[in-house]
Design a protein around this ligand. Structure first.
Ligand code: ZN
Length: 697
């Protein structure tokens, strides 16, 4: 499961989302960082993290760096290197899964672009360049988030002229792609009614027939459902993930599955993945890791889903290695029925220093619990902190590229999670890149009340935001207990909002505690104010940018933030703790008394914990309805207008670093170098040239 939540005033909440077992789509609606298209990138040239590489349509492409890679041992670098090769080898699989004509489309479009010798400022060419960048970002003809088909801004006539020229100059390409295939690609590009949406979730439609992805062909939704229902045994306590690695088709009137495996669908790409997994194998850090890789190879060789479960269990239980990776058919967001996994890979290694932070917090769990500002009857006598690992990604591939999650929790199979646990990670070099890109982008200047507060945020928001997440995840959710006999589902539809409220309040309360300094997690007693200001600003104002005019706040995390901020604003009124002030016709949040604000967070935490511990549904519902749902239309309009002026790219993604073996004069690898210079389209073209085993040459 992915956590994608990221926007300028918001931070990731990995487990909240992963526990809901669904993708949080908020990230796509909000910007991770805000940068005007005309604004020059201001970043330190020696630190390319967060640099803007490209900007087109609704997309911004950033660079991320891989801190700590150069300090790894040669064995670990080699391990990572071969795993990145295995990651890149699967790119074509995802393109084909995303649509039957995507690979031919890419080949034709890249060919036209690279063959073009006319005026690069030509209107049609410029529009075509944008289109090409869009399909590279979508891994096919469809937007990665909305899954709607891209619309060309150039004429079909112009493109046909370019294509004729290309085919004349490259007869090999002309013979590799059949006239029929070319005709279908032209329809895909220029006929809006032809295969219009990759994943259709609209109620009432046949989701298989109306989705353009290539995971099913010639079958109806009912046929697919009947087929799998016949296979499933409701009494099976350890079911395999049916359909995870297959395309469902009809042959001679019979529904059947074509497995993705060596000798099956996508064989040339899978062979190359396996070849590189084999090269990586000698560098595995533990016996368990070695066995899990062997099991993965066996899965790719046989396509057997029981083997995949065995692999998942080994992978889950192998928690000690520094280097780790996923490579396979993992998330099923690309299938309207949520069964077939889209191919992806992320290679990563533990960020030991950042992981110390989560370990420190986890180890101090009992200290925090014993002093929590709630009724002692509701405290846990024995609390165990959850430790989530912090990692740096070395490569993003398949469905995790160029758009990527910032947190991942796997495996997805519920019975494996229950019996063997799961691994939860935060990808800190990606969140770092988002943060780097957001500095000086105009957001704080527009919404934050004054310069000293802006400076406080610049200096302390990244660390306090990370700490807030750590406290929320490692302690907040695990703190407190229900009174005997209280139904855990007593808060019903408000349960998740109030649970997030509780975890956030626990984190906010302790972020300001002197113990954070004693534990060495913060170095300034005022640092917490950065998170407090951002939290109140977000809850009272800026998160409204994600709500359409006239709509209520619905999503649980957004409700929770609004509940906390509005409650604190109202209950601090008589002491003037927080106020909304007007300057030059614009509304700002002003915090007058941070210490008192902390006390208010503590008071609300005590009440929310009581509601939870006693299962007081009415009190919980009253709080949510009073503070968390309704939007002030005037303030909403103002936020939307001010936000629109910042000219934000709503979606972001990344180019990968380039890894190159360094050889000695005998041809032995002595090092792996990492560089951050490759641009967006050149990277895409290099991948198409060197990592496209499914493309006909
Ligand atoms: Zn949470």
């Amino acid at each position: 499961m992915w956590n994608n939540t990221r926007c300028p005033t918001e931070k990731p909440t990995t487990k909240d989302i992963t526990q809901m077992a669904k993708r949080i789509i908020a990230a796509a609606l909000c910007a991770a960082a805000i940068t005007s298209s005309t604004m020059a990138n201001h970043l330190d040239p020696n630190n390319p993290s967060g640099t803007i590489v490209d900007r087109f349509a609704d997309i911004e492409v950033l660079r991320y760096t891989v801190p700590g890679f150069n300090e790894l041992s040669l064995d670990r670098k080699l391990f990572i290197y071969y795993l990145t090769e295995a990651a890149l080898a699967g790119r074509d699989i995802l393109w084909d899964q995303n649509g039957k004509y995507n690979l031919a489309l890419r080949q034709i479009a890249e060919g036209v672009y690279r063959n073009y010798s006319g005026d690069r400022n030509d209107k049609d060419f410029k529009a075509f360049e944008t289109y090409l960048k869009q399909i590279e970002f979508g891994n096919g003809a469809y937007h990665h988030y909305s899954t709607d088909k891209f619309t060309p801004g150039f004429t079909q006539k112009w493109f046909e002229g370019q294509l004729a020229d290309l085919m004349k100059k490259q007869p090999a390409l002309a013979s590799a792609i059949s006239p029929e295939e070319t005709r279908m690609v032209m329809r895909l590009m220029f006929d809006p009614s032809f295969m219009p949406k990759r994943v259709n979730q609209a109620e009432g439609a046949d989701l298989i027939l109306t989705s353009a992805n290539n995971m099913y062909e010639g079958v109806t939704q009912k046929e697919v459902e009947d087929y799998f229902n016949a296979k499933k045994d409701p009494a099976d306590k350890t079911p395999v993930s049916y359909g995870l690695n297959t395309k469902v088709v009809k042959e001679n009137g019979k529904v059947k599955e074509l497995p993705y495996k060596i000798g099956g669908l996508y064989s040339p790409a899978i062979e190359r993945i396996v070849e590189n997994l084999n090269k990586a194998l000698p560098y595995a850090e533990t016996e368990l890791q070695r066995n899990s890789i062997l099991e993965l190879i066996k899965f790719y060789t046989t396509g057997d889903l029981r083997t995949f479960d065995n692999y998942s269990i080994l992978w889950t239980e192998d928690t000690t290695p520094i280097v780790d990776f996923i490579n396979g058919f993992i998330e099923s967001y690309g299938d309207p029925l949520g069964m077939t996994g889209s191919w992806e890979s992320i290679v990563n290694f533990k960020n030991t220093k950042a992981s110390e932070r989560t370990e420190t917090i986890s180890n101090a769990a009992q200290w925090f619990e014993d002093r929590s500002p709630v009724d002692p009857r509701f405290r846990k006598p024995e609390v165990k902190g959850v430790s989530a690992k912090v990692i740096n990604a070395a490569i993003l591939a398949g469905d995790a590229y160029p758009s990527t999650p910032i947190g991942i929790n796997l495996p997805n199979a519920n019975w494996i999670r229950a019996a063997h646990g799961s691994k939860s990670v935060t990808i800190e070099n990606i969140t770092q890149a988002y943060d780097d890109a957001s500095h000086g982008n105009g957001f704080n200047e527009e919404f934050v009340i004054d310069k000293p507060t802006c400076e406080l945020l610049d200096k302390y928001l990244f660390i306090t935001d990370n700490l807030h997440t750590d406290l929320h995840e490692c302690l907040g959710h695990g703190s407190g207990r229900l009174l005997p006999g209280v139904d855990p589902d007593a808060l019903k539809a408000h349960g998740s909002t109030l649970e997030e409220t509780r975890a956030d309040l626990f984190a906010l309360y302790y972020l300001a505690d002197p113990h954070m300094l004693e534990l060495g997690l913060l170095d300034n007693p005022d640092a917490y104010k950065a998170e407090y200001y951002k939290y109140m600003l977000n809850g009272l104002m800026t998160q409204l940018m994600r709500i359409e005019p006239g709509k209520d706040v619905e999503e649980a995390h957004m409700r929770n933030r609004k509940l906390i901020a509005e409650w604190a604003l109202e209950h601090g009124k008589k002491d003037n703790v927080v106020e909304m002030v007007k300057k030059n016709g614009k509304t700002y949040v002003k915090i007058n008394d941070y210490r008192r604000l902390r006390e208010l967070f503590g008071e609300l935490l005590a009440e929310i914990q009581r509601i939870k511990s006693e299962g007081d549904y009415e009190a919980g519902a009253r709080l949510v309805e009073q503070y968390a749902v309704k939007v002030d239309p005037q303030l909403h309009r103002e936020v939307l207008d001010r936000y629109a002026k910042l000219s934000i790219a709503p979606y972001k993604g990344f180019v990968n670093p380039v890894y190159t073996p360094v050889l000695d004069d005998k041809g032995r690898i002595t090092d792996i170098s990492v560089t951050y210079e490759e641009d967006y389209l050149p990277q895409m073209f290099r991948y198409s040239d060197n990592y496209s085993p499914l493309t006909r040459k």
